[in-house]
Design a protein. Structure first.
Length: 346
């Protein structure tokens, strides 16, 4: 029997990549693969009905899903309305690190299994973190801007204007998951001493690589601090004025995790006062960053527009992970990354 699958890609995880990986993962299974292209990133993602960080419309998805048993996507919105309108749907595979664009409670009620793709962009985000960390530590943002404007400033060789090296530096990582652990390995290879604050990481994972400390001790001892934590009630706003004041003068702060972890107004004050020597940010409290935001004019900051997880390899990995889940599902095997396993148990 032929299984109808919707490959709802976008301009990053392309529909054709999803289709290619589906056919490669299940070469013996008759598949009718339809393709839908969602507008992201040409149009920002955002809330769609009751789900967050989604792209496209419920109407377009409902039309494309008619008769489909499986959907593979990065950002399509799985809402109560979509679920009610698509009774044939059994599996919804999201090629992201978490299923934020799915109403899990509604999916469970409708008997639809939802899977996701943890770790798909860990390498890309770790590498981007290191790029921002190095750029912020050496003040490359301001240097680059000056030179592009035609200004060659020799005074960047002044002692007080010089950046810092990684070798011999104490670097603190808040979070030691798939991304933080990769960053740590590179930093240690560069000669840094790495401190970690992560109450969930087992001691053996840090052995010979990093030292587990409290957040207070990490901030006090680290010349460079990089954030790799999820946003929870515990971590939201975890770096504010008091935490910045606890860092040594001339420190560097990097965030490629989530904008809600930091009080950015306090960061701008710390940069203006010279307490922070530099900062590198890929994530912000509001995205896109509003025109006139202080971060855009504060010196010492290197900024990128939430692209840390964007590499061509990530798009292929994302498609490969969800295609493998579809293959398992069609073969009657357990899913590797199911967000609502009670559906499968039932």
């Amino acid at each position: 029997m032929t299984t109808t699958v919707l490959a709802a890609g976008d301009h990053f995880v392309l529909p054709r990549l999803l289709t290619e990986e589906l056919r490669a993962a299940a070469p013996e299974t008759p598949l009718d693969v339809r393709e839908l292209t969602l507008p992201w990133p040409h149009a920002p993602f955002g809330p769609v009905a009751e789900v967050d960080e989604a792209s496209g419309t419920e109407d377009a998805l409902i039309e494309a899903l008619r008769g489909a048993r499986v959907c593979v996507t990065q950002l399509a919105p799985l809402t109560e309305r979509v679920l009610r309108a698509c009774p044939d749907l059994e599996l919804f595979c999201i090629s992201r690190g978490g299923p934020v664009n799915a109403n899990l409670a509604a999916a469970t009620r409708h008997g639809v299994a939802v899977s996701y793709a943890p770790g798909r962009n860990a390498t890309a985000t770790a590498e981007h973190t290191l790029a921002l960390l190095l750029a912020a530590a050496r003040g490359l943002g301001d240097v680059h801007t000056d030179l592009k404007r035609g200004t060659w400033r020799g005074d960047y060789y002044d002692y007080d204007a010089c950046g810092i090296e990684i070798e011999g530096c104490v670097v603190g990582l808040v979070g030691f998951g798939a991304i933080g652990s990769r960053v740590a390995r590179v930093l240690v290879a560069m000669g840094a001493r790495v401190l970690v604050h992560d109450p969930y990481v087992p001691a053996e994972a840090l052995a010979g690589l990093a030292e587990q400390v409290t957040l207070e001790e990490l901030l006090r001892r680290s010349r460079i601090v990089s954030l790799h934590a999820r946003v929870t009630d515990e971590t939201r706003g975890m770096i504010g004025r008091a935490q910045l004041a606890a860092m040594p003068r001339g420190s560097v702060l990097v965030n490629c995790a989530r904008g809600a972890l930091i009080d950015y107004d306090a960061v701008c004050d710390a940069l203006d006062s010279g307490h922070l020597a530099g900062a590198g940010f890929d994530v912000f409290p509001a995205e896109p960053v509003p025109a006139g935001a202080r971060l855009l004019s504060t010196p010492g900051v290197v900024l990128t527009p939430h692209i840390a997880g964007g590499s061509r390899q990530v798009a292929h990995k994302a498609a490969r992970i969800v295609a493998a889940e579809v293959s398992r599902f069609l073969d009657g095997k357990p899913l590797a990354h199911c967000a609502n396993p009670e559906v499968l148990a039932a």
